[in-house]
Structure formats: C-alpha cells, structure tokens
Write a protein that binds this ligand. Structure first.
Ligand code: NAD
Length: 331
C-alpha cells in the first residue's frame, strides 16, 4: 500500500502516520502538509527515520502539486488536512471554506483521475449538530451549527459525491473529540492542562454543561485504519465509544491530574454558538469492521498531561506566538 496522508504533521494525522509505519504491508507513506500554525514536523519525530516516509511541504489547495503527489503511485489517501478549531471559525470562516471545502475538492479530483483505490475522508461528529437526546447514526441528517462544522459537512458531501460521480473509493469517518499527546494547545484539554501546569486559571463557558465524547487519538487511528483497509466505498462510519463528559467534569479530572485546585476555574457567559451535546452511535464500525476503543480516559488523561509536563519545549513557544489566523500556503 502506498498511502498519501494529508495533514500528517497535525495532531491526529501524525499519530496515524506513526501507526501506519508499524505495519509491514505499508510500502510508502507520503505526508502532504502546509505546516500552518497547527502543523509541526516535530510531531512526526522518529517516524522520519523510517525510509518509507516522505514529507512534502505544500497545500492541498495547490492543484499542480496535488496532481504530482497523486501521480506518484498512491493507492490510498487518508485526508486529515483541515482548519480544525471551532473558535477560530467563529472569528473568520473563510479559511475553513478554502481548506476544508475547496481543498477536499482538489484532492478528490486528483484521486479520481489517478484511480486511487481508497480515499478516507476524516470528519467529525459536529456535522450532525447538537442532540438534546439520543445518538446520531450515519443516516442522521447533517445539521451543523458553526462554520467549522458546516465546512466539514460540505466536505463530506463533496467526498461522497466523488464516489457517486466517478466511482472513487470514498469512505467518510466521523469521530468524536480526540485527545492525546502533541495536540495544539488551543483545544480544551491541552489548553487547560498547559494553563493548570503553570498555575494559571482556566475558563468555562456557562456552567461547563456542554457534553462531549472523549476518544483517545490512538483509538480514533485504529478506527480510521480499519476503514482504510476494510471500509465499503460510499459508506460513512461513526467513530466514538470514548467517555461522555460535561466540560465541568472534564475540568475536574484535569484539576486532579495537574494537581491544581478549584480556585483556578473561572466562568464566563456562554457564547452564542456552543453546541450543547454531541453523541454518536458507533455500532456500524464495531459490527462491520471490528473496531473497539481500548483506552481508559483517566489513565490516558494522566499520560497526556504527563506528556505536556515533560515536553514544555513543544508547547511553551506556541503559547508565546500570536494567534495567527491560518492562511494555507498556496492561496
Ligand atoms: P490539526 O489542526 O492538529 O492538524 C491539521 C493539519 O492540517 C496541520 O498539520 C496543518 O498544517 C494541515 N493543513 C491545514 N491546512 C492545510 C492545507 N491547505 N494543505 C495541507 N495541509 C494543511 O487537526 P487535527 O485535530 O489533527 O484534526 C485532523 C482532522 O480530523 C481534521 O480534518 C478534523 O476536522 C478532524 N477531526 C478532529 C477531531 C479532534 O478532536 N481533533 C475530531 C474529529 C475530527
């Protein structure tokens, strides 16, 4: 298998690349990454020692480059590259539409031309929008509320249209919230952990009542890998099975593992768009592809915080940096 991984220098993509390289049937892994504020080659670390890995610095929006990379014998594409932070999308949705929607179009066009066997489009539970009760199945309507989720929903449909129109072997994965080492410290777990480790306060919206399902990044990678190998073209697979927590409960756990007190938690009024609860039924991937999440939240949360404790050089400089709105290379 020759696998092109877009966004492979980001959080989930880099974990996925490392998991791929553990398998003997992987002949070549090519990472295509624009190295926006969220992408760091350090995330790939020792993977660079593996001669099967090559890295291409560039944007999925660069049609000429994408054509060149796709023509180099890719059999599989796993597409992670995206603008991924909801809060940034509330400030400016444009880069989200550019990267997530237009970028996906460029990739599926090139993958269709080169008759790639399997194209896994990595998406999110947020496309289903908030659910007061029950769980979204793969057939539930797409009702995104925020610009990030809307751009991901649009990109899901673009990817699936390439299956219907050109017969490209597209599968879509939709996963719940991921956590683990080396996540950019703007997402809630690394943001809170890096603040609490420095004795700084953290802020919850409302009373911290929003519910998310927390899935370890390795479990998500296991699910994405199962879909890459055995997913049925044209199908969508929900990947969840982590732990449902309100943000207040998550914060309590983080206080405990960081050794911090409740006086560091402050509250601000909720923002206008803040989906109350996401929940997905993941029985399809479990029954059809044998997916089973294995990681225990409390154990892995402690291991994640420990990674931030031991590797300040990986995140402290990022906190100093201005908060740039990412403009992908090539645009
Ligand atoms: P991330 O922000 O950590 O990484 C995104 C990567 O994409 C970075 O390496 C960045 O440099 C790269 N990138 C951005 N624009 C690019 C472009 N134009 N061309 C090439 N590369 C580009 O994101 P993540 O958290 O690892 O998420 C990866 C994927 O998984 C995204 O598609 C996201 O929507 C999805 N997802 C994430 C979560 C989560 O909890 N993090 C949950 C569900 C789904």
């Amino acid at each position: 298998m020759n696998v092109l991984v877009t966004g492979g220098a980001g959080f989930i993509g880099s974990h996925f690349v490392k998991s791929l390289l553990l398998d003997d049937d992987i002949a070549k892994v090519t990472v295509l990454d624009a190295l926006t504020y969220a992408g760091h080659v350090e995330n790939l670390g020792k993977a660079f020692l593996d001669p099967r890995l090559s890295f291409v610095h560039g944007s999925i929006l660069d049609g000429v480059l994408v054509e060149q990379v796709m023509a180099a014998g890719q059999t599989h594409v796993v597409h992670f590259a995206a603008e991924s932070h909801v809060d940034r999308s509330l400030q400016a949705g444009g880069p989200f539409v550019q990267t997530n929607v237009m970028g996906t179009q460029v990739l599926v066009d090139a993958a269709s031309r080169h008759q790639v066997e399997r194209f896994v489009h990595v998406s999110t539970d947020e496309v289903y929008g908030p659910l007061a009760e029950g769980m979204a199945t793969e057939d539930s309507p797409l009702l995104p509320t925020v610009p990030y989720a809307a751009s991901k929903a649009a990109s899901d449909l673009i990817a699936l249209s390439a299956y219907r129109t050109y017969g490209l072997g597209v599968c879509v994965t939709r996963s719940s919230n991921c956590y683990g080492p080396a996540q950019y410290p703007e997402k809630i777990i690394p943001l809170f952990a890096t603040r609490l480790l420095r004795g700084e306060p953290v802020t919850l919206h409302g009373r911290g009542e929003h519910v998310r399902n927390w899935l370890h990044v390795a479990d998500n990678c296991q699910g994405i890998g199962a879909v890459m190998r055995g997913g049925v073209p044209g199908e969508v697979y929900n990947i969840a099975g982590g732990t449902d927590l309100t943000n207040a409960q998550l914060t309590e756990m983080l206080l405990e593992v960081c050794g911090a007190g409740p006086e560091l938690v402050t509250y601000v009024p909720d923002r206008r768009a803040n989906d109350r609860r996401y929940a997905m039924d993941w029985s399809k991937i479990a029954n059809q592809l044998g997916y089973r999440p294995e990681r225990d939240l409390m154990t892995e949360l402690a291991a994640t915080v420990d990674w931030y404790r031991r590797n300040p050089e990986r995140w402290a400089p990022l906190l100093q940096a201005p908060y740039p709105l990412a403009v992908p290379a090539g645009v």
